[in-house]
Design a protein around this ligand. Structure first.
Ligand SMILES: Cc1ncc(COP(=O)(O)O)c(C=O)c1O
Length: 383
């Protein structure tokens, strides 16, 4: 018998009525009518450029060959150009998730600790806890610190064993983003204390502004990149990790996907980056307008509020605490009405009972259905 490993709590639990988390996800995936506001995915790509590039690749049948193990050179160059980080090194991975894991394994020694935030993306804590002595998850759900992990909070929580500070920018689930001054301040902390800043930029292109620690402290910056959100390619499982050659060299030595990443996904990713200017304006403007509609609805309901508005990501949290409605109850109610959202405990161990997370890079008509169902849900569940 192999005993289960004891890591930080994993986020996936089966909702009521489902035998396993996987059966739940299968059921939601299979339901073609389900409105998809639960995974921060992007359903707004109606152009065919990415799809056609993948179909062309399939038709070439070149998928019988292994790809270059670290990714197609063209894709590597396009990502670095997109980020204006041409002097850095890069590995293509099967998504930001794999990149996060590789960073933790590649950098951490057993005596180290890692600073993350709560709320935050909990799988990062889980990965960190596999390699570090401690994960210091700093509570940030407060207007006192603008609902984000500030440089001051990092200074107050770090110690001589801190090796990585995780900055999710913009933050899943709240949508808070960092100013240029904050990024500069983090860079200063990193340089003075020889700490790595793990900059998870999964939601970067939804933000109004974006600043990179790699511009200020490249030697202590690692950037985690994903094609799942703005590019609308979550199911293709593709991303990257970017840092200075020494860090990437360390990661190379612990690679699992030694034979490379899915070639069809890479062909789609190349087309996605090359065509970005053609579609990004449309995707961000629909997303931002959807956010306004949700805000107007929230403002009409007494007591509930959006902690971070506007959100710089494609999701927001709606704080339900004053209604007495548990976010899990609301998420289950909405699921029954074919709207998939996420209760807070998916992204928080401390504040999970406070908020519901909804993502809105979906067609406006679907957001309107959500608004109707959510309002009804408040009335029904309050009783
Ligand atoms: C902050 C953050 N990082 C990484 C990921 C996962 O990205 P990928 O789909 O590229 O593995 C997510 C997914 O929701 C996320 O919210």
């Amino acid at each position: 018998m192999v005993p289960p490993k004891k890591y930080a709590k994993t986020a996936k639990t089966a909702p009521e009525g489902y035998e396993t988390p996987n059966k739940f996800f299968q059921c939601v995936f299979d339901d073609k009518e389900m409105i998809w506001m639960g995974q921060n995915t992007n359903h707004l790509h109606d152009e065919d450029i990415i799809k056609d590039a993948m179909i062309n690749f399939v038709e070439s049948k070149e998928y019988c060959k292994y790809p270059p193990p670290e990714g197609f050179e063209e894709l590597k160059e396009l990502i670095l150009k997109d980020l204006e980080l041409e002097n850095m090194d890069i590995l293509i991975t099967a998504g930001g998730t794999e990149s996060l894991y590789l960073c933790m394994e590649g950098i951490l020694e057993p005596e180290d600790n890692v600073i993350t935030s709560d709320p935050g993306y909990l799988i990062i804590d889980d990965f960190a806890s596999r390699f570090a002595t401690e994960v210091i998850s700093v509570p940030i759900y407060s207007s006192d610190n603008d609902y984000k992990l500030t440089p001051e909070l990092v200074k107050a929580n770090m110690n001589e064993n801190t090796k990585i500070v995780v900055l999710i920018d913009p933050l899943n689930p709240l949508g808070s983003a960092y100013t240029e001054d904050e990024i500069k301040e983090f860079a200063k902390i990193a340089r003075e204390n020889e700490i790595y800043l793990l900059h998870d930029i999964t939601y970067k292109d939804f933000a109004r502004e974006h600043f990179s620690p790699a511009d200020y402290v490249p030697e202590y910056s690692i950037t985690v990149f994903s094609f799942s959100k703005i590019f609308g390619m979550a199911g293709l499982r593709i991303g990257a990790v970017i840092s200075i050659p020494e860090v990437i060299q360390s990661i190379r030595s612990i690679l699992i996907n030694d034979l490379g990443t899915n070639v069809i996904a890479q062909a789609g990713a190349i087309a996605a980056l090359k065509s970005k200017d053609n579609w990004i304006g449309k995707v961000t403007s629909i997303t931002r307008n959807n956010q306004i509609l949700i805000k107007e609805m929230v403002d009409e309901i007494e007591g509930i509020f959006i902690p971070v508005y506007p959100s710089d990501a494609n999701m927001i949290a709606i704080d339900l605490k004053s209604t007495g409605i548990n976010p899990k109850t609301m998420a289950n109610y909405l699921l029954g009405r074919k709207v998939f959202t996420r209760q807070g405990n998916y992204t928080s161990n401390l504040f999970g009972d406070d908020y519901l997370r909804v993502s809105f890079s979906i067609p406006e008509e679907d957001v309107k259905i959500f608004i109707k169902e959510f309002k009804e849900g408040i009335n029904v569940l309050k009783k």
